[in-house]
Design a protein around this ligand. Structure first.
Ligand SMILES: C[S@@+](CC[C@H](N)C(=O)[O-])C[C@H]1O[C@@H](n2cnc3c(N)ncnc32)[C@H](O)[C@@H]1O
Length: 296
């Protein structure tokens, strides 16, 4: 499969915006689910909950299924055929599109987004990388970049290493363990002077946001790109943002990262270079916001 040609075709495809009744029905259902979760099974997102959702569930299943062993290329592994239609955010519009079309578009869009904010760096670190979905997608678009992923979940790290080895990419994409809440974690040394990003990782650490930002600043990276969902920047006069607000509260994601960074900018501890809202998301709720910043 010619992955690059396929990605180019997909991003040029015309994704039509979903109709108003389609959006209204989907928003109502999503909001009802979140309200149900808030009423019936409110989650407190502790480290144990995160370990059980990611390390012991998602990443353990990945590691057992070994889907990469039956996918001919990294592109086939990341974007398997999946015609399931859903409402997704594409180029800032809510569209009803197939899952595989979305993920093909997303790989390209993520590559462009990070290239725009990385300041020309070709060595990029992801904190909270899981098994490396984002790093593999970045490799498709920037095969000359060297990528390092860190995560607290041993099963994510093990899966990432197996995938990279399977596709002969271990020299380009590597994985190690880190606990971002532990300022003494030896892996923090690896981010010194590097361009680092997080993608829906700090969302999982709602009770230690300030500590994690302090730890990252103390490790002296060159630049940080945080791409995370939040309630802080939502516009609650917009129905879709109300849906996101309910979702984020119902799963207890972080709500302080961007106000913390704004505080730190006022205190002269960081310089914020960019504030954006992500133009893509796989569902109608919970699209990320991006802050790109440097320690001063
Ligand atoms: C929602 S997943 C996102 C994974 C990846 N960024 C992606 O987009 O595919 C959140 C990840 O954050 C990791 N994580 C949670 N708490 C962490 C911590 N204290 N230190 C490092 N990673 C952590 C989880 O193990 C999980 O892999």
């Amino acid at each position: 499969m010619n992955t690059h040609a396929t990605l180019r075709n997909a991003i040029n495809a015309d994704f039509a915006p979903a109709s108003l009744p389609d959006r209204a029905a989907t928003y109502a259902l999503d909001a009802a689910r979140s309200i149900g979760r808030l009423a019936l099974r409110r989650v407190k997102r502790t480290a144990d909950v995160v370990n059980s959702e990611y390390n012991l569930s998602h990443w353990q299943r990945m590691l057992s299924a070994k889907a990469w062993t039956t996918a001919a290329s990294v592109g086939d592994f990341l974007i398997p055929k999946n015609p399931e239609l859903g409402l997704r955010k594409v180029d800032n519009r809510i569209c009803r599109i197939a899952a595989d079309d979305y993920y093909r578009y997303r790989a390209k869009a993520l590559g462009e987004l990070l290239a725009r904010h990385a300041g020309g760096a070709k060595e990029i670190v992801e904190l909270g990388a899981g098994y490396g979905y984002n790093l593999l997608a970045l490799h498709l678009n920037h095969p000359d970049w060297t990528l390092r992923g860190f995560d607290i979940a041993p099963n994510g790290v093990a899966a990432g290493r197996e995938i990279a080895a399977h596709y002969g990419l271990s020299d380009r994409i590597s994985f190690d363990r880190i606990d971002l809440t532990d300022g003494n974690d030896p892996s923090y040394a690896a981010i010194r002077d590097k361009v680092v990003f997080t993608y829906f990782c700090i969302e999982q650490i709602p009770y230690d946001v300030r500590k994690v930002v302090d730890n990252i600043i103390a490790a002296r990276p060159k630049r940080v790109i945080n791409i995370e969902p939040t309630t802080e920047l939502l516009d609650l006069s917009n129905p879709r943002d109300i849906v996101s607000f309910l979702y984020i509260r119902s799963v207890d994601y972080q709500t302080q990262l961007f106000s913390t960074l704004n505080d730190y900018e006022r205190q002269g501890r960081v310089r914020i270079l960019a504030r954006e809202r992500m133009p893509f998301a796989p569902t109608i709720h919970n699209d990320g916001f991006l802050y790109c910043w440097e320690p001063t």
